[in-house]
Design a protein around this ligand. Structure first.
Ligand code: NAP
Length: 308
């Protein structure tokens, strides 16, 4: 099996994967996608459950997304995961989308049913389980700041916080208008009073240091859902002077054990975790959607932790 397949391979899937046994029937679409740990996690689960199928990476560019999705039934796929930057665009290209994914506006799991493509989202529920596993707390009891609230993962996470009725939600995004639009969509979830004090339960704020400093005084959990930190040369998304020991800091990035943000947060005494646990649980939930059976969680965790 190749590390990464392309649209050209998908157009001639039988020829491109001739001799592959078991056949490749699941994938992750992304751009970039070479970093994805999903194949090792899902291939271990498929083997452990005796399912005769394998999972691969497909490098699909934005302009190729529609064609790539439509090729899946003919190529014999059971489904695919969707990652950066396709999660919002995929929603409009499917035949049906479940309520949760439609509400949050992003899809990360596609099921092929005959000729039809059905969309789901497991990022939010995966994050919920990850936060409980990493910090022993539930989103509903927390004041949360989401950095990158305008991206696919950020929207899913923010919507999950809203659905959990978390104490407080602060939306931050480099392109401010996207955070403002999301706040307007989520407003109905934050009608009831829950926190004491003057802080509003839901706010979109501009990415400006003094504004973030003030907001962080009323925050328990910071979640980085931007892609800043994925490249080795990326700086930390927050200045280290803003980080305090009382914070929990979760970085959805899992390509590094500690991203620049997590290194700074740990130095400040904060509790930190990277996105591996979210990846694990969103993968577990995708597997359960595809196969309608419990996923082998420990097998998947061990596979992710093995060097690729
Ligand atoms: P996306 O839809 O392309 O969104 C990217 C987000 O990052 C946008 O909010 C964008 O802001 C922001 N951004 C990019 N560069 C930035 C910078 N230099 N400074 C500040 N903000 C910046 O991507 P996505 O699918 O949501 O993925 C985002 C991240 O989540 C990735 O790192 C991905 O690995 C991670 N993720 C992890 C898991 C997991 O299971 N652990 C699951 C999903 C995603 P603008 O709106 O201004 O462009």
């Amino acid at each position: 099996m190749k590390d990464v397949y392309t649209l050209e391979d998908l157009r001639h899937w039988d020829a491109a994967t001739a001799g592959e046994e078991p056949p490749i029937r699941l994938s992750v679409f992304g751009d970039p996608v070479a970093h994805s740990l999903s194949p090792q996690m899902h291939n271990a689960a498929l083997a452990a459950c005796g399912i005769p199928a394998r999972y691969c990476r497909l490098h699909i560019r934005p302009e190729e997304l529609g064609e790539a999705l439509r090729l899946l039934p003919k190529a014999g796929f059971l489904g695919t995961n969707i990652t950066i930057p396709h999660k919002a665009a995929t929603l409009g290209l499917l035949d049906a989308v479940d309520d949760h994914a439609r509400k949050i506006g992003v899809v990360n799991t596609v099921v092929v049913e005959g000729e039809r493509l059905l969309g789901f989202n497991t990022d939010g529920p995966g994050l919920l389980r990850a936060i409980r596993a990493e910090f022993g707390v539930d989103l509903r009891d927390l004041r949360v700041m989401v950095l990158g609230a305008g991206g696919g993962a950020g929207r899913a996470i923010a919507a999950q916080c809203a659905l959990e009725n978390c104490e407080r939600l602060v939306l931050v995004n480099r392109t401010f208008e996207k955070a403002q639009r999301l706040a307007a969509e989520l407003e109905p979830y934050f009608k009831g009073p829950r926190v004491f004090g003057p802080a509003r339960r839901l706010e979109a704020v501009p990415w400006e240091e003094p504004v973030l400093a003030a907001q962080l005084a009323n925050t328990d959990l910071v979640i980085n859902a931007t892609s800043c930190g994925m490249k080795r040369t990326d700086p930390s998304v927050l200045p280290s002077s803003l980080l305090r020991a009382s914070l929990m800091v979760y970085d959805t990035i899992y390509t590094a054990q500690l991203t620049p943000l997590l290194i700074d947060a740990q130095s400040a005494g904060a509790r930190v975790a990277n996105g591996a646990s979210m990846l694990l649980y969103q993968g577990v939930l995708s597997f359960e959607i595809w196969f309608n059976r419990p996923a082998p969680v420990e097998v998947m965790r061990a596979a992710m932790e093995r060097p690729s």
